[in-house]
Write a protein that binds this ligand. Structure first.
Ligand code: SAM
Length: 167
């Protein structure tokens, strides 16, 4: 039976550094129908169940204008994930893949991202479809989906640069 944090055949674990390079603020919490990783979708679907994103104070005013966007990009902290594998076997069949070549929750910084459909906003709560995380997963960011967002600030030099960069 597949367990939740096991090491599989040919997977490679490293001694993860204890130092921390950045602090995060968990400014919200995601409520979903899933309490087990064995039931959670591998990737959210836009016709999947509605999930609720609760924003904590003092960050609630930061939701101003968010209702204008049909799709949002959500970043969340996969808090129940191990963080120490460099080679992983998602298929549990001895074939391994580099952590940075897959979208497994097991990563040095277990950040999940999903593009979601925004159904409605009620006060400090957003109702969305398209998530794939466990109930209670901490929220670390949300922003308009890139293709729907036009920068408001005036353009600057780099916006017009094309061609070769650093070699
Ligand atoms: N859509 C995101 C991405 O591509 O960055 C996450 C994809 S990841 C494959 C989704 C899986 O992460 C779920 O199927 C579940 O097994 C696992 N997962 C979800 N929430 C988690 C949590 N809070 N802690 C640890 N693992 C979690």
């Amino acid at each position: 039976m597949v367990r939740e944090n096991e090491i599989r055949e040919n997977e490679v674990k490293i001694e993860a550094p204890e130092t921390v390079d950045a602090g995060l603020v968990f400014f919200g919490r995601i409520r979903t129908p899933w309490s087990s990783r064995m039931e959670t979708p591998r990737q959210g679907r836009h016709d999947g169940p509605v999930c609720e994103i609760e924003i904590f104070e003092p960050w609630v005013p930061a939701l101003k204008g968010v209702e204008r966007f049909e799709r949002l990009e959500i970043l969340y902290w996969l808090d129940r994930s191990r963080r120490d594998l460099v080679l992983q076997s998602p298929g549990d069949n001895g074939e391994v893949h580099g952590t940075f070549s897959i979208r497994s929750p097991v990563r040095p910084n277990p950040i999940g991202t999903s593009i979601v459909i925004l159904e409605k906003v009620e006060g400090n709560r957003l109702f969305v479809r398209g998530l794939d995380c466990l109930d209670g997963t901490p929220l670390i960011d949300l922003k308009p989906e890139r293709s729907l967002f036009k920068p408001i600030a005036a353009p600057q030099k780099g916006d017009f640069e094309v061609g070769d960069g650093v070699h």
